[in-house]
Ligand binder design. Structure first.
Ligand code: ADP
Ligand code: MG
Length: 995
């Protein structure tokens, strides 16, 4: 494939100039803004120190990124998509705004620089183009530092070489090319490259000011209809700072670096000067890699824009001047720009026809010329008009088209002039030397890559060696430890062997014993068989019993539930927290053990309650005693009071008698008064009679008067005495009556008290009887509970016996397990029955009911006794077994201890062995891994010599929506556009595609 250039169009390099604002440092240093922008002139002039510079565009400090892009870079997008090469590079001293101009703030719509804007624009253009165009876009990103090209997409490529393709166009050989289908992918590449750049260097600022970063976008398009192919390369270069070394204050190696960098920049200056001088005989592109890469951009086939970035500060005046001079010189350079078009077969054919025609014409002409020459040689003279016209203009134009690549041409004519021959020789020699130089470059590149890889490998190997050494040491230690352990283990093994021998002897004994035991066991098993048969009969009986018991159970259940209810109530009455444990009794429940346990808990709670009750009873008894004492006392008091009452009654009787006597006396006295009154009346009558017979009887009268007076006196005396006596008697009576009243009152009181006491006594008696009754009740309840508890205990013990028996049986003979299990099941059932029976009995005894069906309980009793007998037999067997077991067990611990020690030792040894093995495995793996890695590295190296890994082309189509393109895998186009599937291109092929 070869590209042909159409008639090249002359195109000067565009140079724009951008001034940034004064920065903080400059303002702080008091620098002045020294540039002037003369008005008018379409922003193309700048005045520095009185000198006016003209550029294609001058951007003032306030020019926005967008403005700079639109006016300096935007047109290049179309050019590139039309098949032209393009270059934009930023030149200027450090911190003059080169990176700001080229990259800006990525992702910021206002502050992003030229590169992101161009990338977005390219894709937007493509999306707006005809549908039958297919694009392949690939990008590369590298930097040039100290004249070494470092791939920013692959850090292992540290010194890439520049080669020329067959069209003599230089390219960076082996640089990573990434196919991209969207701006985002491009930005990812840039980010990745930047990250790699940061990783490789310590001081990024310094590094970026001393290295050139180159971002290359390669756009290829193919018209799917006429197979017309166009390609355009766009170099976006952020150059190193153009300042003089002295200004950076660099020293030593840094100085060397700076010189080297400045060397590449000065090479750039030289190239531009040579181009500007018009002396195109030799342009020193080969002085540096930078100039070689930019060869096409400077004086070659490319539309080039140089952005010179300047500081407006007085401090930087000289640098700004140098920059402006550089720009001015560059502006004079003329490039010859052509479209990079790849010809189709049709066109090639046409061209071939044309050339063929030309060749025939040449042939004819040559024949004419030869004929003329022959005539001349023959001594003829040929006339002017007959001579072949060698200055034919057609001939000149045809000569200029030379399809054969330039190659050393051997001189054909000895008579040819010497100077052009020597020149051709020299050119050829130079070409050869250049070729050699390129080859050497390539070799250097390969060697340096190899060196990098080897260095890495060395480091890894060293690490590996140190790791291995460490491992070896640790393994040695481990070995020592293990061998020591091995020794001790050997000794232990000996001991263990001895012990094992002993054990073997013991084992023989034991096996004999075991045989004996087995025999015993057989007899026991026979016995068991017998038992089994009996059990079977029992089972059948049991079935009958079950029927009866089911009925009983129901009853029992009712009873138990009522009992539990009672207990519950009792619990509630006790106020203790027994309630939660009580559940209604469920005879069908299989969780009898649980229930028993519950019941046990309940009973124990009850016990504690009963204890409480007994205590309370005791206190009640003591209070009762006190009460009875009190009652006795009150009785005694009552007796005393009764005595008192009887005394008082006697007294009253005496007093009444007294009163009667006094009454009698009174009556007597009244009778005497009456008799005396009668006598008086008699005497009056007698007086009257005597009055009749008075005169004679005056003496007598007087006498009678005297007598009368004496009598009256006597009477009065009597009366007085009588009255006195009556008064005293009356007094006495009233006295007595008051006494009687008092006594009566006291008597009434006493009777009241007595009644009260009697009532109290009755009440106390009643209380006492009540209490004693209650006590009696509690005692009976307690007894009942005690009884129930004992029963439960008995059943529990029975159960335990059974369990131990079962365990022993299991221990003794595995074969018997099943039968024993069955037996146990039956026993368990029997136990249940037994327990139920017990419960029913308890219930009955508690409720004081008469046994309802005496026949049933009798049968049960018989069964129980039978079962008890069975139990006894079993217990005997069990005891025998336990004894045997104990004998065996006595010796067991000793042997077990030994065995355990041995086992532990063996385990420890095993673990140590395992560890050692694992360590060895790990080491082996690591070695294996290392070997694999080295192998892989060697393979990679070989591969690198042969060529690089394949890459997948990501064709994108014009007319596709960006989102669609982003959402769909880029290689798969819409159905109408499925033309080019994923293509696998080898880098060699890729590199040649654009040539
Ligand atoms: P260089 O790449 O030439 O060394 P930078 O692009 O890194 O310089 O710019 C140095 C500083 O000046 C940065 O902080 C940048 O943001 C600022 N700067 C450069 N040019 C402009 C401008 N035109 N407007 C505003 N700030 C700028
Ligand atoms: Mg920079």
């Amino acid at each position: 494939m070869s590209a042909e250039r159409e008639a090249p169009g002359e195109d000067s390099i565009r140079v724009v100039c951008r001034f940034r604002p004064l920065n903080d440092a400059e303002e702080r240093a008091g620098s002045k803004f020294i540039v002037k922008f003369p008005p008018g002139n379409d922003d193309q002039c700048v005045n520095l120190g009185g000198k006016v510079y003209m550029f294609d565009k001058v951007f003032k400090p306030n020019a926005s990124q967008e403005k700079v892009y639109n006016e300096a870079a935007k047109s290049i997008v179309k050019d590139v998509l039309m098949g032209y090469n393009g270059t934009i590079f930023a030149y200027g001293q450090t911190s003059s705004g080169k990176t700001h101009t080229m990259e800006g703030v990525m992702g910021d719509p206002h502050l992003q620089g030229i590169i992101p804007r161009i990338v977005n624009d390219i894709f937007n253009h493509i999306y707006g183009m005809e549908e039958n165009l297919e694009f392949h876009i690939k990008v590369s990103y590298f930097e040039i530092y100290m004249d070494k090209i470092r791939d920013l997409m692959d850090v292992s490529k540290v010194n890439l070489s520049v080669h020329e393709d067959k069209n003599r166009i230089p390219y960076v050989k082996g640089v990573t090319e990434r196919f991209v289908t969207s701006p985002e992918e491009v930005f990812e590449v840039i980010e990745e490259g930047k990250a790699n750049r940061h990783i490789a260097v310590t001081n990024m600022n310094e590094h970026s000011s001393r290295s050139h970063s180159v971002f290359l976008i390669n756009v290829k398009q193919e018209n799917m209809e006429n197979q017309k192919k166009l390609s355009g390369k766009l170099y976006l270069v952020d150059l190193a700072g153009s300042e003089k070394v002295s200004k950076t204050g660099a020293e030593g190696t840094v100085l060397d670096e700076a010189k080297n960098i400045n060397k590449s920049l000065s090479a750039l200056g030289n190239v531009i000067s040579a181009l500007a001088d018009g002396n195109k005989s030799h342009i020193p592109y080969r002085d540096s890699k930078l100039t070689r890469i930019l060869q096409e951009s400077l004086g070659g086939n490319a539309r080039t824009t140089i952005v010179t970035c300047c500081s407006p500060a007085s401090f930087n005046e000289s640098e700004t001047k140098t920059t402006l001079d550089f720009g001015r010189r560059a502006k004079t350079i003329k490039n010859a720009v052509t479209v990079n078009e790849e010809l189709t077969a049709e066109e090639w054919k046409r061209r071939y026809e044309k050339e063929k025609e030309k060749a025939t014409r040449y042939k004819a002409k040559l024949e004419k010329a030869e004929a003329e020459l022959n005539r001349w040689r023959a001594g003829e003279s040929v006339g002017q008009e007959e001579q072949v016209n060698l200055r034919d203009p057609m001939d000149v134009s045809t000569v200029s088209v030379d399809l054969t690549p330039v190659a050393p041409v051997a001189p054909v004519l000895a008579a040819a002039p010497a100077a052009p021959l020597a020149r051709a020789d020299l050119d050829a020699e130079r070409e050869r030397l250049y070729q050699q130089l390129d080859d050497k470059d390539e070799e250097i590149n390969q060697q340096s890559q190899l060196v990098e890889k080897l260095k890495e490998q060395m480091m890894e190997q060293e690490e590996l060696i140190s790791a291995t050494r460490r491992d070896y040491e640790s393994l040695q230690q481990e070995m020592n430890r293990i061998s020591a352990e091995n020794e001790s283990a050997k000794e232990e093994a000996k001991e263990v062997l001895q012990a094992l021998e002993e054990l073997a002897v013991n084992y023989d004994q034991k096996s004999q014993e075991v045989e004996a035991k087995n025999r015993d066991n057989e007899s026991i098993s026979e016995e068991l068989a017998k038992q089994q048969s009996t059990l079977n009969t029992i089972m059948s009986e049991l079935a009958q019993v079950k029927d009866s018991s089911a009925h009983q159970r129901r009853k029992l259940n009712d009873l138990l539930t009522s009992l539990f209810k009672d207990l519950n109530e009792m619990g509630i009455a006790f106020g203790a927290d027994l309630k939660p444990s009580l559940q209604p009794f469920d005879p069908n429940s299989t969780k009898s053990e649980e229930e028993f346990a519950m019941a046990r808990i309940y009973v124990s709670k009850m016990k504690s309650e009963v204890k409480n009750l007994v205590q309370r009873c005791q206190t009640l008894e003591s209070t009762q005693g006190e009460c009875s004492k009190k009652v006795d006392e009150s009785e005694r008091e009552l007796v005393d009071l009764r005595l008192l009452i009887s005394q008082h009654e006697a007294k009253m009787k005496a007093l009444q008698e007294n009163m009667k006597e006094v009454e009698n006396k009174k009556r007597q006295l009244e009778e005497t008064v009456d008799s005396l009154n009668e006598e008086c009346a008699k005497l009056k009558a007698a007086e009257q009679m005597q009055a009749v017979s008075t005169i004679d009887k005056a003496a007598e009268q007087e006498q009678a008067l005297l007598i009368k007076g004496a009598l009256e006196q006597q009477l009065d005396q009597h009366r007085e005495a009588h009255q006195k006596q009556v008064a005293t008697l009356r007094d006495e009576i009233t006295e007595k009556q008051t006494v009687i009243e008092d006594l009566r009152d006291s008597k009434r009181e006493l009777t009241l008290i007595h009644e009260q006491l009697v009532r109290d006594f009755d009440r106390l008696k009643l209380e006492e009887s009540d209490k004693s009754h209650k006590l009696q009740e509690l005692l009976t309840a307690n007894e009942r509970r005690e009884q129930a508890r004992q029963d439960l205990k008995a059943s529990f013990i029975f159960f335990l016996h059974l369990v131990t028996f079962k365990n022993l049986n299991v221990l003794f003979s595995q074969g018997l397990e099943e039968t024993v299990a069955k037996e146990l099941q039956t026993l368990h059932n029997l136990r249940k029955l037994f327990v139920q029976d017990l419960q029913s009995r308890v219930k009955k005894s508690l409720s004081g009911e008469e046994p309802e069906d005496g026949g049933g309980s009798l049968a049960q009793k018989q069964k129980i006794s039978f079962l008890e007998n069975n139990l006894d037999q079993l217990t005997k067997v069990h005891k025998q077994l336990v004894r045997d077991n104990a004998d065996l067990r006595c010796e067991l611990p000793k042997l077990e201890k030994r065995l355990r020690a041995t086992m532990e030792r063996v385990k420890v040894l095993e673990a140590a062995l395992k560890e050692a093995k694992e360590g060895a495995m790990r080491d082996r793996k690591r070695y294996q891994y290392e070997v694999d890695r080295i192998k892989e590295a060697v393979r990679q190296k070989n591969l690198a010599r042969r060529g690089h890994a394949a890459q997948i082309a990501k064709p994108i189509r014009a007319g596709q929506h960006p989102h669609q393109a982003a959402n769909q895998p880029p290689a798969i186009s819409t159905p109408s556009a499925v033309v080019v599937p994923k293509r696998i291109l080898t880098p060699g092929a890729q590199q040649r595609t654009d040539s």
